[in-house]
Ligand binder design. Structure first.
Ligand SMILES: *Cc1c(COP(=O)(O)O)cnc(C)c1O
Length: 379
C-alpha cells in the first residue's frame, strides 16, 4: 500500500540497505578540533572551544548571551530555576512533547500543567492557551495563580516541534498578559526562524540540545540563550557549582550544579556549527522533495507556516487514522526504512497522569496519526 513512498524514500537515500531516521554527519573540522583540544590538555569544562562555541551561537541566533551546558535537559532545568520556578509551582507546557520538557519541570519539584497544541505546528497553541488561561488563571500582585489548585503558575515552556516554529510572538504576548515568564524549548529548532528572528530568542530564556540525533551534535550537549545580562551571569555561576571566582579558594555561595559543557564536546560543537547553514540547505531541499512527492500521493505532509522558516529537523507525515499509521510504520520499518510515531502524550504516562491539563483534543488527534520519516543530511 505504501510501496510508492518506500521507493521514493529509497531514491532519496541511495546505496543504503537500512535508512535511519536521523544520523549525524561529521564532514568538517571535527577531528582537527578534537585533536587540538586533546593536545591542549583542556578537555574539561574550562577551555577555548567552550568560549568560542558560545560566541558563535550568539552570532548565529542573535542572542546577547549563550551558556554552554552538558545537555538539553539540564539546560531546561537550569533555565526554569533562573525563571524563578520553585517547589509546588505549576509550569505550563504542551502534552505533546519529548519527555525531557516534563522531566526538567519535575526536577524543580514543580508540576507540569499540560495545554493543547495546534494541528498546523504541533506546538503550543497561543489561542487555546489564551482561552484556557481566561478560564483557570487569576493574577494577583503580578503573579499568576491557578484558581482551581491555588498554585502559582511560574513559567510556560513552549516547544518548536521537529523544528517547526510556532507563532511564538503571539504566545509570548499571552504569557506577558498573565505575567508568566517563557522558557522556549528550542532543542529541535536550531536554524528555525519566526519573522526572521531565531527561535529561542523570544522568551526570557531559550534552550538547545546537541544530542546525537539533533540537527548538529557534539555527542551530548546543550545551551541556554538569553538577552538578560543578570540571568546569563547567574546561568554561568549556577552551572559551575556556584563557585565564587577567586585565585585559590573554594567558596560557593549557593547550591550549584555541574552543568557546564566540557571543552571536548565544545570542540565538536564548533566544527558542527560551521556546517549548520549547509546542513539546513540540504535538509530544506529534502523537505521540498518530500512535500512535492507526498502531495502527489495525497499524503498529508506538515509544512512551515506563514512567517516561519523551519530547519525541517524531522520530516512529518499525517496518516488518516491510527490503523493507517500502524500500517505505515509496519510496512516502512520492515523494508529497512526507519520511521517513528510521535511521542505518547505526557499526560498518559504513569508519573504525569494526575497533572492538571486542558482539553487535549488536538494532541490526541495528532498522537494517532503523526509519523516521522528519514531526515538525515544527505551526503
Ligand atoms: C532532545 C530534546 C531535549 C533534550 O535534550 P538532551 O540533550 O537529550 O538532554 C529537550 N527537549 C526536546 C523537545 C528535545 O527534543
Amino acid at each position: 500500500m505504501f510501496k510508492n513512498v518506500i521507493n521514493f524514500i529509497k531514491t532519496q537515500f541511495p546505496n543504503e540497505d537500512f535508512i535511519p531516521l536521523h544520523v549525524p554527519q561529521f564532514s568538517g573540522n571535527e577531528k582537527k578540533y578534537l585533536n587540538d583540544c586533546i593536545d591542549s590538555t583542556f578537555v574539561s569544562s574550562v577551555g577555548a572551544y567552550v568560549d568560542l562555541f558560545e560566541q558563535k551561537m550568539c552570532e548565529y541566533t542573535g542572542a546577547k548571551h549563550c551558556i554552554a551546558i552538558v545537555n538539553g535537559t539540564n539546560a531546561l532545568h537550569l533555565s526554569l530555576i533562573l525563571a524563578g520556578v520553585k517547589k509546588e509551582d505549576e509550569v505550563l507546557t504542551q502534552a505533546l512533547t519529548f519527555i525531557a520538557t516534563a522531566n526538567a519541570i519535575s526536577y524543580c519539584n514543580a508540576t507540569p500543567h499540560f495545554v493543547d497544541v495546534d494541528k498546523e505546528t504541533l506546538g503550543l497553541s497561543p489561542t487555546l492557551l489564551k482561552k484556557y488561561l481566561s478560564e483557570i488563571a487569576e493574577v494577583k500582585n503580578n503573579i499568576c495563580y491557578n484558581k482551581k489548585t491555588e498554585k502559582k503558575i511560574a513559567a510556560c515552556v513552549p516547544m518548536h516541534t521537529f523544528g517547526l516554529p510556532i507563532c511564538i510572538d503571539e504566545l509570548v504576548a499571552v504569557c506577558n498578559e498573565y505575567h508568566i515568564p517563557v522558557v522556549e524549548d528550542a532543542a529541535e529548532s536550531l536554524g528555525s526562524f519566526y519573522k526572521e528572528q531565531h527561535t529561542g530568542t523570544f522568551g526570557l530564556l531559550g534552550t538547545f540540545s546537541f544530542n546525537g540525533n539533533k540537527t548538529i551534535t557534539c555527542g551530548g550537549g546543550g545551551a541556554i540563550i538569553t538577552n538578560d545580562d543578570d540571568l546569563a551571569q547567574k546561568a554561568k555561576h549556577l552551572s559551575t557549582q556556584a563557585k565564587v571566582p577567586h585565585k585559590w579558594e573554594y567558596v560557593h555561595d549557593e547550591i550549584g550544579y555541574n552543568y557546564r559543557m566540557p571543552n571536548l564536546n565544545a570542540a565538536l560543537a564548533c566544527a558542527q556549527l560551521e556546517q549548520l547553514e549547509q546542513f539546513i540547505l540540504n535538509k530544506r531541499a529534502l523537505a521540498h522533495q518530500y512535500h512535492t512527492f507526498l502531495d502527489s500521493q495525497n499524503i498529508e505532509y506538515i509544512k512551515e507556516q506563514q512567517n516561519a522558516i523551519s530547519n525541517y529537523w524531522l520530516n512529518t507525515v499525517v496518516l488518516k487514522n491510527r490503523f493507517e499509521r500502524d500500517q505505515f510504520l509496519e510496512q516502512t520499518n520492515s523494508k529497512g526504512v526507519m520511521t517513528r510515531p510521535i511521542w505518547a502524550l505526557m499526560n498518559k504516562l504513569e508519573m504525569f497522569k494526575d497533572c492538571p491539563k486542558s482539553d487535549l483534543s488536538n494532541a490526541e488527534w495528532i498522537e494517532d496519526r503523526v509519523v516521522n520519516i528519514p531526515s538525515s543530511v544527505r551526503a
